[in-house]
Design a protein around this ligand. Structure first.
Ligand SMILES: [Zn+2]
Length: 533
């Protein structure tokens, strides 16, 4: 999806997210380089939204969060005052199915799965409709998909629901010695497109097995597990409050016994849980409340148990929105992993069709958060092997949490290529692992000329420096060093393991600067940076 230039729906509103508790509004915040951090620090959940180069951020926030924004002093525009009303009104005119047999996306044309149909909640499936769809998949394609099964016999959610999974593979009832991938959706209850696009891809796999050799290859030689709703309690809660869609509940439904409800399941995983309060809140009423302890919640306990028992090579945890493909680490400032080169290469391939922005959370959304699914799936390597885990954020800032029903199929179709490509990587995973291990020494310890640059240049208060560090230098103490025209260093910052670095030039006086990357005895070419004030 290309970045959309959207008609500005700026309303000259004198009120701001007023009225009832559950009201959410869409805002454009003039964050500048530090504004997001300020808001995150104050507990505003802004992990879904569109970050325009740390200049502005478009997101949807609650009444409580809007009060925080107001008091922060940051400038903002209210784009839509009442999201739920906006979705219901927009959906009244929207059409789910245009009747065509194929869907055109940026990288090709795909047959539309015949069985993919609209749900009754603003076009999205209710929880019981979802379960019925899983049953109907099994009934129609019993040789390709298992019956739905419970993820864990040891836990149920707070409201007593199990989590369900299905497996798509040849011989789906058996466990075979094939590489395994896990697809999840709806850690966050208000992100129904994340589940809809998964159901779309599942129907596509099932319907095209006989006609398409790529699909047959994937299904025959991998085991694809799907948990389409990680947070059924939260999802059912949204059904109850907003039966036509537009419900904004995000967390699970734990009673925090202080009048507040819910833990953010995507902050409750046990790898560097509670590392800091950035993007992960210790306060029960926050939308990013991380829970009283790591894995305190039955839902994350079930996912943990599942991952410990089934040896997944890959995982794709689906969220919406922002058009991002995100990989670990998400916590702290340690934004890289020893597999950052692998992640980057794979992500390039995965987003070739949907054109998502790729990188770690700090490189994409622009901030850090701990206790996320991917950090644990990848980072925990004692009780299980590492899982190459990704998070996909489907939909633009203008689609928001509840894209209109006319957008359900286009958004789902755009993700098909990514979902299939990750399964193809899973199929090749044994090969890929050995290839990566042996390729380490083959890489030259140089930064190729032309791969070091910064943007914007000239810059005013900030710029971003981009580079390609060879794998050997990823773990070294690589530093970005900036000097003034007289040759005196004015800034040095750690960049090991990253592919770009945010540089705050607020304190720089106007003029010409030079920068390069140094790691041990290695030094890159030197580039010019111009600061204007
Ligand atoms: Zn989410």
């Amino acid at each position: 999806m290309k970045k959309l230039i959207f008609p500005l729906l700026l309303l000259a509103l004198s009120f701001f997210c007023s009225a009832q508790q559950q009201q959410y509004c869409r805002v454009k915040i003039y964050t500048g380089p530090g504004g997001l951090q300020t808001l995150i620090h104050k507990g505003v959940a802004i992990d879904h939204g569109y970050n325009d180069n740390n200049k502005t951020f478009i997101t949807e926030i609650s009444l409580k969060e809007s009060a925080i924004l107001k008091s922060s002093g940051l400038k903002y525009d209210v784009l839509i005052n009442d999201m739920a009303a906006y979705y219901v009104a927009g959906n009244a005119k929207a059409v789910f199915d245009d009747g065509s047999q194929v869907v055109q996306v940026d990288c090709g044309t795909y047959p539309k799965p015949k069985n993919f149909s609209s749900g009754s909640m603003g076009g999205y499936y209710t929880y019981s409709e979802l379960l019925a769809i899983l049953d109907s998949m099994t009934k129609k394609f019993p040789k390709l998909i298992s019956a739905k099964k419970i993820v864990s016999a040891n836990y149920t959610t707070t409201e007593g629901r199990p989590l369900y999974y299905v497996k798509i593979s040849d011989n789906p009832a058996k466990t075979e010695n094939e590489p395994k991938i896990l697809y999840t959706a709806l850690h966050h209850a208000r992100e129904p497109e994340s589940m809809a696009q998964l159901i779309y891809s599942m129907w596509y796999l099932l319907e095209n097995y006989k006609k398409d050799t790529t699909v047959r290859n994937i299904v025959d030689s991998t085991e694809m597990y799907f948990i389409p709703c990680v947070n059924p309690d939260g999802y059912v809660y949204n059904e109850t409050t907003n039966p036509n869609g537009g419900g904004y509940w995000r967390k699970n439904r734990r009673n925090n016994n202080d009048g507040s409800y819910g833990v953010d399941l995507n902050r409750n995983y046990g790898y560097e849980w509670g590392y800091d309060d950035m993007g992960s809140s210790p306060y029960t009423s926050s939308d990013t409340y991380r829970g009283p302890s790591a894995f305190s919640e039955p839902e994350t306990k079930m996912i943990k148990e599942f991952c410990d028992n089934i040896k997944f090579t890959y995982a794709l945890n689906n969220h919406s929105y922002g058009n991002y493909l995100i990989y670990p680490y998400g916590y702290g400032t340690k934004t890289y992993t020893p597999d950052s080169i692998l992640y980057k290469q794979q992500a390039n391939r995965l987003v070739q069709c949907n054109e998502f922005t790729k990188g770690t959370t700090i490189q994409t959304v622009g901030y850090t958060a701990n206790g996320g699914s991917d950090d644990w799936m990848y980072g925990e390597q004692t009780e299980k092997s590492k899982i190459i885990a990704y998070t996909a954020e489907t939909g633009t800032a203008y689609d928001g949490f509840w894209p209109k029903k006319s957008k359900i199929i286009p958004l789902a179709a755009a993700n098909l290529d990514m979902n299939l490509n990750l399964a193809l990587l899973t199929k090749q995973s044994v090969y890929a692992r050995s290839k990566i291990a042996s390729s380490t020494n083959a890489m030259q310890p140089t930064i190729a000329a032309g791969t070091l640059y910064n943007s914007p240049n000239p810059c005013n208060n900030f710029t971003r420096v981009y580079f390609n560090l060879p794998q050997q230098l990823q773990m070294a103490n690589a530093m970005l060093i900036i000097s003034n025209a007289g040759g005196q260093p004015v800034l040095s910052q750690k960049v090991a393991g990253e592919s770009n670095a945010f540089v705050n030039t607020t304190a720089f006086t106007a003029g010409i600067y030079y920068y390069f990357i140094k790691a041990g005895s290695y030094q890159s070419e030197t580039k010019k940076l111009i600061v204007v004030k």
